[in-house]
Design a protein around this ligand. Structure first.
Ligand code: GDP
Length: 445
């Protein structure tokens, strides 16, 4: 999927990555091409414009990481911006289905893959989450569609609501609710009728069903191959019905990834799943990282840049260590230290790695240090002014109160932090005096 966009961008970045240095004009040229590529991939005009602007703002003035080319850096920035745009809140593919029986409303145009997706999702909920699911078709105008769902139900071992001729969609939805409650189902899925295009009658029908079912999730199924039309459909359904998420189908074809990007930007609703084929298990959670990687097709460059940035962090840490050894250990250093600890698996993990500090790790553990405390301490330092961070001895009682309050904590916690800062400063000084082969050097390895 997304070949068009990634090929196009590959061309752009091929040229970029071959250059040693990148002027502002080069960045602009590159981003112009990114914009064209996005438009060709069916990203809507406004979304493409906003996206490029965000990237430009980020790229401009950003120092180029050592040991990579500016072009590679731009790739990384574009990649991160893609993820930002695509990302939804919470776990990918998470559904609000805790209160049984939870109704899920499936909406979308005819032929989008709605019925197939209903069954795929039911199977996923059953197999992965151990849910008892009931499916019901509300497509009273197309008996074949109702039959189709029943057949799929048998195939995947999920119950379907028996078909009763002459009922309208609202009546079926009510019956599904009753049956789901009485039958002890965790989830019931309502597969609404589709039309070839959006019309008033369809919208009214879906609204009426929504109002009786009060769905926990309203998932819009759209054909990922239809590009801009899919985005328009999503916008209409979202305005009228209010959707909670999108399922993009036919992403196994050579779909134009732009739809995913636009849809997310235009509706503000997350893409929760993608359909990757006709088979019942061809449904996956939507992973922004993976999709962004595929859109760019440049995972290796992204990894390279991440590596280079890590190296820079290590260099910064070494500089800090040197300063500390000289007894220059301020609150900024402590903050960096705490952040590093968080990354390295908390205080215990870090102490455990330092030679001769195994015992201390135990003490730290006994003292009840954990990630939560580290985060609180970082918050405290963040509440300080630049001057105070550089020289914490400046802090007077009133300021201490303000800072603690600003970070939502007690003054006693701030005092503890300051004590720790002093102790660490002393310790670092001692360790620094141990010379070249000293503990600090070893700990850096
Ligand atoms: P509905 O009218 O929206 O309910 O659409 P259907 O569920 O009947 O699907 C229409 C056709 O699309 C069927 O032949 C499905 O097998 C097919 N289909 C659905 N999802 C996908 C998908 O993710 N990939 C592919 N290749 N085909 C799909």
């Amino acid at each position: 999927m997304f070949e068009n966009l990634s090929e196009r961008l590959s061309g752009v970045f091929d040229r970029l990555t071959k250059q040693g240095a990148l002027s502002e004009e080069d960045v602009k040229t590159a981003l112009r091409e990114v914009r064209v590529a996005l438009l060709e991939a069916d990203v809507s005009l406004t979304v493409a414009r906003d996206f490029v602007k965000a990237v430009q703002d980020k790229a401009t003035g950003q120092a180029v990481t050592k040991s990579i080319t500016p072009g590679q850096q731009v790739v990384k920035i574009v990649h991160d911006a893609l993820i930002d745009t695509l990302k939804g809140e919470g776990e990918p593919g998470a559904l609000k289905i805790d209160n049984a029986p939870a109704p899920i409303l499936m909406v979308g145009l005819q032929g989008s893959g709605k019925t197939t997706t209903t069954a795929k999702l039911a199977k996923r909920l059953k197999d992965r989450d151990g849910k008892r699911v009931l499916m019901a078709s509300l497509d009273v105008n197309r008996p074949a569609a109702m039959e189709q769902l029943a057949i799929l139900g048998v195939q995947i071992g999920v119950d379907t609501l028996p078909i009763v001729k002459g009922e309208n969609p609202v009546q079926i939805a009510k019956r599904a609710k009753t049956q789901a409650s009485m039958g002890g189902y965790d989830v019931y899925m309502l597969d609404t009728a589709g039309r070839l295009s959006i019309d008033e009658e369809l919208m009214q029908q879906v609204e009426a069903v929504r109002d009786v079912a009060n769905p926990r999730e309203t998932l819009l199924v759209v054909d990922g191959l239809t590009g801009q039309d899919a985005v328009q459909t999503a916008e209409n359904f979202n305005d009228r019905i209010g959707i909670s998420g999108v399922v993009l189908t036919r992403m196994d074809g050579d779909g134009r990834g732009g739809a995913a990007l636009s849809m997310r930007a235009v509706t503000g609703k997350p893409i929760k799943f993608v359909g990757l084929g006709e088979k019942m298990d061809a449904l996956e959670t939507f992973e922004p990282e993976r999709i962004a990687g595929r859109i760019l097709g440049m995972g290796d460059i992204v990894a390279l840049v991440e590596k280079a940035q890590e190296t820079i962090e290590a260099e910064q840490a070494e500089k800090m260590m040197k300063r500390m050894a000289k007894g220059q250990f301020n609150m900024n250093d402590l903050k960096m230290q705490l952040e590093q600890m968080l990354k390295m698996g908390g205080m215990q993990g870090m102490m455990g790695m330092m030679p001769g500090m195994g015992k201390m790790a135990k003490q730290v553990e006994d003292a009840g240090f954990d990630d939560k405390i580290l985060k609180r301490q970082i918050a405290l330092i963040q509440s300080m002014t630049k001057k105070e961070r550089a020289n914490p001895a400046l802090l007077q009682a009133s300021r201490k109160k303000r800072i603690a309050k600003g970070a939502g904590m007690e003054v006693s916690e701030l005092n503890k932090l300051m004590k720790m800062h002093r102790q660490m400063g002393d310790m670092m000084k001692k360790m620094g005096k141990m010379g070249k082969g000293g503990m600090l050097k070893q700990a850096m390895k």
